[in-house]
Design a binder for this molecule. Structure first.
Ligand SMILES: *Cc1c(COP(=O)(O)O)cnc(C)c1O
Length: 376
């Protein structure tokens, strides 16, 4: 019996949809290069498969958060530009250089560290990150002024691929913070040596061409998360779908309760199905008594708490052939999106994706045979 046949839950990752999403975003910013954020194992879908699919779709610039993510990506994409968003820690400089990883420099401290390294090597590339209102990473305005007052002190020997900044409210197009950050970015750039610029994440691309500059850096939208207001239709294709195995179906009649803490009380005669997925799979516990599954198009509520390995679903009225033990229900699918699940769980699609469990049986479909990494 194959692993797929034994699996409790099957996660399907559509690399053709990923590539289509890349082309859609790249096409929206025709004046810019389109990179890809592949940090956190490509938002949980698997960097080893996602990065070659993105490269085959034309992507040349990849963003990771940690140096180890860059080290893992380098052998997968020997030619790509790989940028490490969290920047260099003291002692990691030679690892950056040896593997041609380009650090994002987020503070004067990181600039000094990288400049000392560049001095020993006769020059080195970097991206400079200016904070324009996120107050998380990047040079604050006061550090930009100190840099502008003595650029040679900090930048000698460093060649800047890009000056970048990051939007805090791009998913809220009406937020005044977007224009404020754009103005702050423009003002900071006038004080700095001339360099190409990078500003927009997924949602930033949808704010219009003023936000695109030379390189856009989408992540979530590539993986199917809606980049726009939830009142608009999601323009991205879904990349992940998840099916959970039906283990057991039982008839119930009141009064009975379901699962840990007796958190759900059965009021009428009906049927419950127990599904092989739980919080140990990253199926968030907050979905208990709140989320839904879809069974052949029938939307049914998760009742009771999410356990480590199991959930229970009220399947009353679903035609019997659809709820045979051994069959599957859709946990993420065409009618139940990552964003729907996130809404029910009280979180965002990003957290749903990056929580996708290691226990799922993972299938990659839609790969390009000619990318050389996949069997035809
Ligand atoms: C994660 C990240 C991105 C990608 O953001 P999405 O909202 O997923 O498109 C872009 N830039 C920076 C600095 C990031 O940390």
């Amino acid at each position: 019996m194959s692993a797929a046949d034994r699996a409790g839950a099957v996660l399907t990752i559509d690399l053709a949809a990923l590539a289509a999403n890349y082309r859609l975003l790249a096409g929206m910013a025709p004046g810019a290069e389109c990179g890809a954020a592949v940090k956190a194992d490509a938002y949980g879908i698997g960097m080893a498969e996602a990065a070659p699919a993105l490269a085959a779709a034309g992507c040349r610039h990849f963003f990771v958060a940690l140096i180890d993510e860059g080290l893992a990506l380098r052998p997968i994409l020997p030619e790509a530009e790989i940028y490490v968003l969290n920047g260099p820690l003291a002692g990691t400089e030679n690892d950056f250089t040896a593997h041609r990883l380009v650090p994002v420099l987020n503070s004067l401290g990181q600039l000094e560290l990288w400049q000392r390294h560049a001095g020993k090597r006769g020059g080195s590339r970097a991206v400079l990150h200016i904070d324009t209102g996120m107050n998380r990473l990047g040079l604050p305005a006061a550090e930009v002024d100190r840099l502008a007052a003595a650029p040679e002190r900090y930048l000698n020997g460093i060649s800047l691929d890009y000056v970048m900044s990051h939007l805090a409210s791009a998913d809220t197009p009406g937020s005044a913070q977007n224009a404020d950050q754009l103005a702050a970015f423009a003002s900071a750039r006038t004080k700095l040596p001339n360099a190409k610029a990078s500003f927009a994440n997924s949602s930033g691309i949808f704010l219009g061409s003023a936000y695109h500059f030379d390189l856009v850096r989408p992540g979530a939208a590539l993986y199917g998360v809606s980049p726009t207001d939830r009142s608009h239709a999601n323009p991205m294709r879904p990349v992940v779908s998840l099916q959970g195995r039906i283990l057991q179906v039982r008839d119930v009649d009141s009064p009975m309760t379901v699962g840990y803490g007796a958190a759900y009380a059965v009021r009428e005669r009906g049927k419950l199905a127990t599904i092989s997925v739980g919080y140990a799979d990253g199926f968030l516990r907050t979905l208990g008594n709140r989320g839904h599954v879809s069974i052949g198009g029938h939307r049914r509520p998760i009742v009771g708490r999410v356990s480590m390995d199991l959930i229970t679903v009220d399947v009353t009225g679903v035609p019997a052939p659809l709820i045979e033990p051994g069959g599957f229900v859709d946990l993420i699918g065409a009618t139940l999106t990552v964003d729907d699940l996130a809404d029910a769980a009280g979180t965002i699609g990003y957290e749903i994706l990056t929580s996708l469990g290691r226990r799922y049986h993972r299938r990659h479909v839609g790969q390009q045979p000619d990318s050389g990494r996949f069997p035809a």
